[in-house]
Design a protein around this ligand. Structure first.
Ligand SMILES: C=C(OP(=O)(O)O)C(=O)O
Ligand SMILES: [Mg+2]
Length: 400
């Protein structure tokens, strides 16, 4: 039925104007799936390797495609993904590229769904999937590696935790984005947009915190439900291993000071979410912060866990966090992203399915979040490659 007949690969544009890998999978029965790889800028040291698109395509054509065509069924995701692993033969997909791997993995899932005549979320989630929808975390202000001359903290994320449905949540985030723009205009602060479509104003972190707090309060009043906010500090990008300090703008902090600082922000601003507050090697620092504030906010590991079950297991053993960011291209296959979610959930960690700063019109992560009943999805606020996922969530909610 769903035997893979052919796999084709090409290089296309991503949202930063860089080449990325697109895969098409066709089955003998006429099923088809197409998927595109995203790309990070503030990548974790332990992520699977993204190769230059043309290199990844050539390597996958040579090593992976022959192991798939006529040999695996598109609907059998584990079989597809273990064929990709076997074809690559390394731990980090450095042979065929995690970008080729993830594009093929997601395209096969879509071809499997097509053969089964099911929407992707239903194919992935099965008959017993949950009925919840993820709360979208929407990047409204940002800097770090995603914009020049802007905040040191990478992302300020609206979190409409009280929204009654996914549509209202998505529109609340867009309203926060508009509100931020109005406040900036009133204060005469010119700002461009960062890679993810967030405002990138030349503000200190302290000023940006005040501004976003004001914007979410206004929108919460307008919409009549609770809208909080959170942060992705992307602290690994700000950690200087030699001096063992974090440098955020004009401020330099020791690890203990960084823990104090973040714990203070959680209480001062009622933060719903803090991602990568410490360096990607600092399980201990994460654990110290989680002990302090883990009962009232999500402490999420992105660069810390890189969607890798082994690193997540270490985190679980050390009580390092209570949440994991899930980016399929960090690990290379949908199977391993699923495994990370399953391990997280069974240990009380909340999975947050996530886009990358370099994105495409691909909507797989919206389906992945719904299929796994993930409590949160982080996929921007405005901009076509972000709204592709947000609008897909609204469509899924309408049809579910
Ligand atoms: C989405 C992020 O950025 P990037 O894709 O650049 O890693 C992130 O750090 O969570
Ligand atoms: Mg991050």
């Amino acid at each position: 039925m769903g035997l893979v007949e052919s796999v084709s690969l090409r290089s296309v544009l991503d949202s930063r104007g860089n080449p990325t890998v697109e895969a098409s999978v066709y089955t003998e029965s006429g099923g088809h799936g197409r998927a595109l790889a995203p790309s990070g800028a503030s990548t974790g040291e332990y992520e699977a390797i993204e190769l230059p698109a043309e290199e990844a395509i050539a390597a996958a054509r040579e090593h992976a495609v022959p192991r798939l065509e006529g040999r695996v069924f598109a609907g059998d995701q584990r079989e597809v993904d273990s064929a990709l692993r076997a074809a690559d033969g390394t731990d980090d997909f450095s042979q065929i590229g995690a970008n080729s791997a993830v594009a093929i993995s997601m395209a096969a899932a879509k071809a499997g769904a097509d053969v089964a005549g099911l929407p992707l979320y239903q194919h992935l989630g099965g008959a017993f999937r949950g009925r919840n929808f993820p709360v979208p975390l929407g990047n409204v202000v940002g800097g770090g590696e995603h914009a020049q001359e802007a905040t040191a903290i990478q992302e300020f994320l609206a979190a409409p935790v009280g929204a009654p449905n996914v549509r209202d949540a998505v529109f609340a985030n867009a309203a926060v984005h508009h509100e931020v723009s109005e406040i900036l205009e009133d204060r005469g602060i010119a700002a461009g947009l960062g890679d993810e479509g967030a405002w990138a104003p030349p503000l200190s972190d302290a000023d940006a915190l005040e501004l976003v707090a004001e914007a979410v309060e206004t929108v919460a009043d307008d919409f009549g439900f609770e809208v909080k906010f959170g942060l992705d500090m992307a602290a690994a990008e700000r950690y200087d291993a030699e001096s063992e300090t974090y440098v955020f703008g004009d401020e330099t902090r020791s690890t203990a000071e960084q823990v104090d600082y973040v714990a203070g922000l959680v209480d001062e601003y009622g933060l719903a979410y803090v991602e990568d507050p410490l360096d990607e090697d600092d399980y201990e620092g994460f654990a110290a912060l989680t002990e302090r504030v883990g009962d009232r906010t999500l402490v999420c590991g992105d660069d810390l866990f890189v969607t890798n079950t082994e690193r997540l297991r270490t985190g679980i053993e050390q009580d390092a966090a209570n949440s994991i960011l899930v980016k399929p291209n960090q690990i290379g296959t949908l199977t391993e992203a699923f495994d990370a979610i399953e391990l997280a959930v069974s240990n009380g960690y909340g999975p947050v399915v996530s886009h990358r700063s370099g994105e495409t019109e691909d909507t797989t992560i919206a389906h992945l979040a719904v299929a796994t009943d993930a409590p949160f999805i982080k996929t921007g606020t405005v901009g076509g490659e972000r709204t592709a996922k947000l609008n897909e969530l609204i469509r899924i909610a309408d049809e579910a």
